[in-house]
Ligand binder design. Sequence first.
Ligand code: NAG
Ligand code: NAG
Ligand code: NAG
Length: 170
Amino acid sequence: MAMASGVSNSPSNFHLLLLLLLVLSVSWLCTFANGSNSTTIYDELRAKGLPVGLLPKGITRYEINGTSGEFQVWMKEPCNARFENEVHYDPNIKGTLGYGKIKGLSGMTAQELFLWFPVKGIRVDLPSSGLIHFDVGVADKQFSLSLFEDPPDCNPEVDADSDDVLRAVW
Ligand SMILES: *[C@@H]1O[C@H](CO)[C@@H](O)[C@H](O)[C@H]1NC(C)=O
Ligand SMILES: *[C@@H]1O[C@H](CO)[C@@H](O)[C@H](O)[C@H]1NC(C)=O
Ligand SMILES: *[C@@H]1O[C@H](CO)[C@@H](O)[C@H](O)[C@H]1NC(C)=O
């Protein structure tokens, strides 16, 4: 009886061995494929139907909770990018990524008539109208999606409070 079960087990042991080899080679491949940095925050944005140009170049690290969509990105220093309006990025930006939208955003401010407003949320129309909406608290500010096709260069901030200095930079 014990002998019989031993014999019938050997094919499954063989399969187990094959499986083990497969798992080992997959994990080996993953290590060498540099899986840690092959996905970027831009890929995450794209996967959610959002334009990658919402975040600037120069992101050094990011984290995302795949369940809740909460994310954080880090940059070396605060910086400013220009779309139609000037947008300021803190070195740490947080928010919650959903399909076609970012909620609970912090670390990003947009300039409007010489004032800086925190951008609290961003959403695109689905199906796309070619517009993107920035929730700046006091208003829903619309921009053309085409402004956000590529991550912009982001210039280290000189003085966010002085419009003259910023104009000089640009
Ligand atoms: C990832 O790639 C870099 C440079 O291409 C290399 O130095 C590093 O060893 C790689 N890491 C892994 C885990 O393969
Ligand atoms: C991974 O990171 C290394 C250095 O950190 C870099 O040279 C390489 O281009 C990165 N690979 C990808 C796919 O981003
Ligand atoms: C991710 O989000 C889920 C749902 O909000 C939460 O239960 C979980 O603890 C989070 N994971 C991490 C690593 O923060």
